[in-house]
Design a protein around this ligand. Sequence first.
Ligand SMILES: [Zn+2]
Length: 186
Amino acid sequence: MAEIGDENTGVEHSSDFAAVPDAFQRLWTPHRLVYIQEGQQPHIDECPFCLAPSMDDEKALIVARGTHAYVLLNLFPYNSGHLLVCPYRHVATYDEATPEEIAEIGSLTQVAMRVLKNVSHCDGFNIGMNQGRIAGAGIAEHLHQHIVPRWALDSNFFPIIAGTKAIPRLLGDVRREVAAGWPAGD
Ligand SMILES: [Zn+2]
C-alpha cells in the first residue's frame, strides 16, 4: 500500500484517512486545476512568454535566465521536467531569431539536458519547436523550444482512453530541483 503523499506515485488510498472509505484511489493532479478554472489556456491578455521574465522565478516557473533567452517549466507539461527555452524578444518563428538568440537557445538547451539527466535520471528527450498554430504551437506568437525528458515506460493508456496525462510531480517542486541543479554562470 502506498504511503500518504507517496512521492513516487502521488496516489493516496481512501483507507488511509479517517472517513468513509470507498473502492477508489486518488491521483492528485493540482496543476490540472488551471484547465478546469480557465479552460485550455489561461486568460492572459499579454503574451505569457513576454510576461514571465518580469515576474519572480518561482511564480513564473523560470529555472534559468540568459542574456538573450531564458528557460522555464511548461505550465502544461507532457512529462515532469518539461522545459521551454524562449528568446526574450517576441518573435514567432525560428527564422526571425538573431544569431545570438539561436546560439543561446542552443546552449541553454544543452545545459537543460545535462541538468535533467542529473536531477531526474531520464533515459532520453524529445526536443523541438512547433512553428505556427497549424503545427501544434499552443502559443504560436512567441518562439519556444520544448525539451521533454523521457523515461522507459513513461507512457501509459491515460492519454489514449481518457485524454489525460498523469504527471507525478508538482511544478513548484520540479522548478526548485531543476533551478538548484543549474550550474552557476550558465
Ligand atoms: Zn511574447
